[in-house]
Design a protein. Structure first.
Length: 615
């Protein structure tokens, strides 16, 4: 019998920890019963026909789908067609998107045999045993006759007590669906009857095997691998499903270190810890951070979601010693409105979050990602703008402006009526309006979000935005104004090239601040060439045709002396000119851009001021 675990990820670079963990845990059970477990990983960018064809070719007997808000509609479409191709295959669902309304899910999908809720490793292992027993039975019905119990069995298996004893041994360890905790299923032989079993208690994490042991290089190359050293969350955030499991459990640190060694030895590019509040136990966090610092391979990046106000100076001191890019931190601020924070049942020292974010930033070696959520209770448009300004002034490398997802099973969903909360009927169940925020406000924030992504989070306008901050009355104003410019020029819903983004910014800033236009001409040009030596020169950049001879002399001298480009050994002056770039500003200052040296956090090229007169 073959089991196929299907993961449909948002992007190719993502992996699905859930299916790998199920396979690793259920592997021993399957091996003992002579069964096979395979993983099928796809993305929402694959066609449904491709996924269906691949599943069909594998010929599974049982198919399990991992369901999330980003793939549920995609999975749904596949569920309608899969039984037409594999009518005998049993279909099971698992994951957060189906964990809280099992009967409704089975009503919606009559082709689905059942669903697993909550932690699925032990549940899956028991399903393997159930299906490995052969023909489905309920509570052993019909089994007595088939297996030889009673008079027929006695004649078939042997006389008297000998035959009965043989059958008793055969039935030892049998599993029935009614015995498997954490599932909702159709009763065998009576598919219209849906049964809901009691929930499964939290697992002991040290029982879980390492999920990636069998992974091959092609499976981890250029991908993000997700990893957990704990489960559960000490917080009670009303919008989050992790708050339901308050029993925080930690994996043994020696096991964690052995498993981290796997990633480090193979130079995995990024490992994302899915621990909901990684630093909720300082001793646990410090030991892991110390380990990856001491065993740094110079390549692997580790991502952690932390509570900023739990950091202290000992942790900051350790961070300061780390290689730039070794770790990155994500801190969920969500709102700066105290009334909102109380309503969503969070506890946070906002002042300390800002203080610790500043301390981390001082080291210039850790990428910081700070989050806000629009659509929370008591947060209207002006309140959210205030929250935006507070977080922006913390100077994160990435400011994530997200929108509330009203998740099934969350406390937030229970408060819909009280909050006047309207959300999309389909995944991802995103907020449409609240008592405090109308849909037109949501649309404004959507536009601001887009401008933040393009002109701030991309890191492609660092010099220009830094100057703009000095001219803007408040941080959010910059992105509101840019959004308004896009609206007035009908630039939304158009796919713009990177060069076009710079041209749009130039048109806006030169019209909005005409007295600063020449300064922004230089700043935007620097921003443009910090990323790459593009073939097409921006239309706003200065004409440097008369500088050709000065550039030629500079590169000839550099090819001879190697003062600024010592790593370019073996390249002549023409090759150096092709591989680097020189820009001259209005005040005559010249800058050399070296694309072989890049900032590990911003990816910007190294930039040196040079003298062309001496060349």
């Amino acid at each position: 019998m073959k089991f196929l675990l299907v993961a449909i990820n948002a992007k190719y670079i993502h992996s699905n920890l859930g299916v790998y963990s199920l396979k690793a845990y259920g592997g021993q059970e399957a091996k003992g019963l002579g069964q096979e477990i395979e993983i099928g990983e796809y993305t929402i960018n694959h066609s449904r026909q491709l996924i269906l064809a691949d599943i069909y070719r594998r010929k599974p007997d049982v198919v399990g789908f991992s369901c999330y808000i980003w793939n549920m509609e995609y999975v749904s479409a596949i569920l309608y067609d899969l039984p037409k191709l594999l009518p005998q295959a049993k279909i099971w669902l698992g994951g957060p998107e189906v964990s809280y309304d099992g009967p409704k899910i089975l009503e919606r999908f009559p082709q689905v045999s059942g669903m697993m809720a909550g932690e699925g490793e032990e549940t899956f292992a028991q399903l393997i045993r159930f299906y490995g027993q052969g023909e489905e039975k309920e509570e052993g019905e019909k089994g007595g006759e088939k297996d030889g119990e009673g008079e027929k069995g006695g004649e078939k298996d042997g006389e008297g007590e000998k035959g009965g004893e043989k059958n008793r041994k055969k039935n030892e360890g049998r599993v029935e669906l009614k015995d498997i905790l954490g599932i909702t299923y159709r009763k065998p032989g009576q598919p219209s009857q849906v049964c809901v079993n009691p929930p499964r208690p939290p697992m002991e994490l040290n029982r879980l095997p390492f999920p990636y042991r069998e992974l091959k290089e092609e499976d981890w190359a250029h991908r993000i691998l997700y990893y957990e050293s704990s489960r559960g969350c000490p917080c009670s955030c009303s919008y989050c499903l992790s708050s339901i499991d308050k029993a925080v459990r930690f994996r043994d640190l020696e096991k964690v270190k052995q498993e981290l060694r796997f990633f480090l030895d193979r130079n995995v590019s990024q490992v994302k810890f899915v621990d909901r509040t990684f630093n909720c136990r300082k001793s646990h966090a410090m030991e892991i951070w110390n380990y990856i610092h001491e065993h740094d391979n110079g390549v692997t990046n580790f991502h952690f979601e932390i509570a900023g106000d739990l950091l202290d100076e000992e942790e900051i001191a350790l961070f300061s010693k780390m290689r730039p890019g070794l770790i990155q931190l994500e801190i969920g601020v969500q709102s700066a409105n105290p009334k909102t924070i109380a309503a969503i049942r969070r506890k946070m020292d906002l002042e300390k979050v800002g203080r610790m974010a500043a301390r981390v930033r001082e080291g210039r070696n850790i990428h910081q990602h700070l989050d806000l959520i629009a659509g929370l209770p008591w947060e209207d448009l002006e309140s959210f703008k205030d929250s935006f300004d507070v977080v922006y002034r913390m100077k994160p490398d990435n400011l994530q402006l997200g929108f509330l997802k009203v998740l099934k099973g969350s406390f937030m969903e229970q408060q819909r009526e009280e909050y006047g909360l309207q959300a999309g009927a389909l995944p991802p169940y995103e907020v449409l309006s609240t008592k405090w925020l109308c849909f037109s406000d949501i649309l404004k924030l959507k536009q601001i979000e887009e401008m933040v992504e393009v002109y701030y989070n991309s890191g492609q306008f660092t010099q220009s935005v830094k100057r703009l901050e000095q001219l803007a009355p408040r941080p959010v104003w910059m992105f509101e104004e840019l959004a308004g410019w896009h609206e007035s020029r009908r630039l939304w819903d158009v796919k713009h090239s990177r060069l076009a983004r710079y041209e749009i910014f130039w048109e806006w800033v030169s019209s909005r601040f005409p007295g600063e236009a020449e300064e922004f001409r230089d700043l935007l040009t620097v921003d443009f060439y910090l990323r790459e030596k593009a073939k097409s020169r921006p239309g706003f950049s200065r004409d440097l045709k008369d500088m050709g001879e000065a550039f030629r002399r500079f590169y000839q001298a550099e090819a001879k002396d190697r003062k600024l480009l010592p790593e370019y050994v073996g390249y002549d002056s023409r090759q150096l000119a092709h591989m680097t770039h020189i820009e001259v500003q209005r005040d005559g200052r010249a800058f050399l851009f070296d694309y072989r040296k890049r900032d590990p956090l911003s990816y910007n090229a190294a930039m040196f001021e040079i003298s062309l007169s001496e060349a």
